[in-house]
Ligand binder design. Structure first.
Ligand code: E4P
Length: 214
């Protein structure tokens, strides 16, 4: 499973890249706004750190405008993936962008039917938002299972990018189901490494080592 970080914070991206586990980055308009940087500058800074897919989301709502906006991002660098919302105009834009040879990430997916339509329109990645479904008392990971089954039934190549991940359990479940990618905030990715028995074990090894030296 590929690991993307979901953030607009450059320090977090730099730190994660230094761990050797980072495959790509997702951003969205909220995260970009939070960074306080002009979007072009933010993308340039991310591109300088990560050699992998970097999602840049369009804010236009009409297909032709989405295509135009998406192309301005994609022309910055081959690693830019144009992120398009899962609405009818978004499907139209996905079709055009795919025909033009661009990589796309269809975002704000909350149902298996949406995921099938996005794949048919040509999406490179589908982003089902598991955490936001959990927030409304719906099993977010069941959506990943359903999409995996549907895509596998038809040999669909669109990659499942589990998004809105909020916990290590989302990460582990996504990997067990066979999600192609997960994107998660820095806080969640850091939690994946930590285990109290690792810390206790290391402290014991080091204290035994110190005692033996005396
Ligand atoms: C995905 O691409 C989105 O940026 C993101 O995962 C949304 O997560 P949230 O629901 O925690 O805002």
């Amino acid at each position: 499973m590929k690991i993307f970080i979901d953030t607009g914070e450059i320090n977090e991206i730099r730190e994660l890249a230094s761990w050797g586990i980072l495959d790509g980055v997702t951003t969205n308009p909220s995260l970009a706004a939070k960074s306080g940087k002009p979007f072009r500058q933010l993308l340039d800074e991310i591109l300088a750190i990560v050699d992998g897919p970097i999602s840049a989301e369009v804010t236009a709502l009409k297909a032709d405008e989405m295509v135009k906006e998406g192309e301005t991002y994609a022309k910055i660098h081959k690693n830019i993936v144009i992120k398009v919302p899962l609405i009818i105009e978004g499907l139209k834009a996905l079709k055009i962008l795919t025909e033009k040879g661009y990589k796309t990430n269809c975002t704000l997916c909350f149902s298996p039917s949406q995921a099938l339509l996005a794949a048919k329109a040509g999406a490179t990645y589908i982003s089902p938002f598991v955490g936001r479904l959990d927030d409304i008392s719906t099993d977010g990971m069941q959506l990943i299972r359903d999409i995996r089954q549907i895509y596998d039934n038809y040999g669909i190549k669109t990659q499942i990018l589990t998004a809105s991940a909020r916990s290590p359990m989302h990460f582990v479940e996504a990997a067990k189901i066979g999600s192609d990618v997960i994107t998660a905030p820095y806080s969640v990715l850091k939690q994946l490494v930590q285990h109290p028995l690792t810390d206790l074990g290391l402290a014991k090894f080091l204290s035994d080592w110190e005692k033996a030296k005396k």
